[in-house]
Design a protein around this ligand. Structure first.
Ligand SMILES: NC(=O)c1ccc[n+]([C@@H]2O[C@H](COP(=O)([O-])OP(=O)(O)OC[C@H]3O[C@@H](n4cnc5c(N)ncnc54)[C@H](OP(=O)(O)O)[C@@H]3O)[C@@H](O)[C@H]2O)c1
Length: 340
């Protein structure tokens, strides 16, 4: 390494499931040191992270029980938290890592815009990060395709009346646990009984238009969010459930969020997390009704890789950011690590 090359981030992985293992593979490939790995008690604890992540060798990092491990003296720059979407569920992990003097980047969807999900807990995280002189942030696939796409699209406008965001995501690609949050396989009546009009597990999606409007300088004055079952008009075989879903039963969830601002412009998001017919392509779309009117659509073939890669590529920005909660919208567009 020459003196002009930046130091490689030294990372800790907290949560060694699907996405924690992606981070382990990326870091190993790039030669970014993995200092430690943690998970709750269970079969992952005690295993070498390299083998667990599907590499064909040990990397000398043994997964530790997060509840009994010691976090003193960790020689790392950042903890990557890949547990759950909820700030509350993740908070014990945040506290351990922030108090150990590590910056934290989290893959949970509430971490993109904590103030829109739980303002009181967001204030606590911000205070804890500042007290330890480190940064807390969230990233993942929304970074480029949902948040920055919206911000960049509005950039050329001299007038903005409204923003519109829509997307379709193939839940079978993300895995069965995540798919089941969307009600796949329920009748529409069961869907309504289970979720009513609000699915708390998916409520974080309303923060997408909120985050973009806030980044554009607007003040949110009202938000409305509801969920609806998505149905197909013909039977559909679900590979992960290993059964056919009858026509008219639930194949996913549609989240509809409508946001108002003090200054006048509004935003609407219509987000479908559902099963896909052959040939459908995952995409995220933004349009601006303004001067000029513009549109952008992002398509992708591998959303699991994409979300893990966004999280990974944000690591240097989070390490360089000031203390406290720093949103990805405050860090500039993400930069690739292809040359790293
Ligand atoms: N930011 C985004 O855009 C985005 C996109 C996709 C997914 N996500 C989110 O990313 C998160 C991780 O997804 P994943 O597929 O990697 O999940 P996963 O495979 O289930 O991995 C989660 C890991 O965390 C462990 N864990 C769960 N709760 C824990 C706790 N309280 N303390 C310590 N360890 C705990 C689990 O342990 P065991 O299973 O071994 O018990 C598991 O190893 C999910 O919340 C998902 O919704 C975010």
């Amino acid at each position: 390494m020459t003196s002009t090359e930046p130091r490689k981030p030294r990372i800790v992985i907290y949560g060694t499931g699907q996405f924690g293992q992606y981070i382990a593979r990326f870091a190993t490939r790039k030669g970014w040191p993995i200092v430690a790995a943690y998970n709750r008690a269970g079969p992952k604890v005690g295993r070498d992270l390299g083998r667990l992540a599907g590499l064909d060798r040990d990397i000398g990092v043994i997964v530790q029980d997060c509840d009994t491990a010691c976090y003193d003296g960790l020689d790392a720059d950042i903890g990557v938290v890949t547990l759950s979407n909820s700030l509350t569920e993740n908070f014990p992990g945040y506290r351990r890592l922030l108090n150990a003097g590590l910056n934290v980047i989290c893959h949970g969807t509430a971490a993109y815009y904590p103030y829109g999900c739980d303002p009181a807990l967001a204030a606590e995280i911000d205070a804890l990060a500042k007290a330890n002189n480190v940064t807390f942030s969230g990233s993942g696939i929304w970074d480029m395709s949902r948040i920055w796409a919206g911000i960049l699209l509005a950039g050329p406008c001299t007038e903005i009346r409204s923003l519109y965001h829509s997307s379709i995501t193939d839940t079978q690609r993300i895995g069965k646990v995540q798919m089941m949050f969307t009600g796949v396989g329920l009748t529409t009546e069961q869907f309504r009984q289970r979720f009513g009009s609000v699915n708390t597990a998916l409520n974080t999606y309303k923060t997408i238009p909120e985050h973009v409007l806030a980044a554009l300088g607007y003040t949110i004055s009202a938000d409305r969010v509801r969920v609806e079952p998505v149905v197909f008009d013909a039977p559909f075989y679900c590979r992960l459930l290993e059964r056919e879903i009858p026509a008219g039963d639930c194949v996913g969830t549609r989240i509809v969020a409508e946001i108002e601002t003090k200054e006048g412009p509004t935003a609407k998001a219509v987000i479908e997390l559902r099963l896909f017919h052959d040939g459908e392509i995952e995409h995220m779309f933004w349009s601006v009704d303004g001067e000029p009117a513009t549109r952008v659509r992002t398509e992708r073939d591998d959303s699991a890789h994409a979300t893990a890669a966004c999280l990974f590529n944000r690591i240097p920005d989070v390490i360089a950011a000031p203390p406290g909660i720093v949103l990805l919208s405050q860090m500039g567009p993400m930069k690739h690590t292809a040359l790293a």
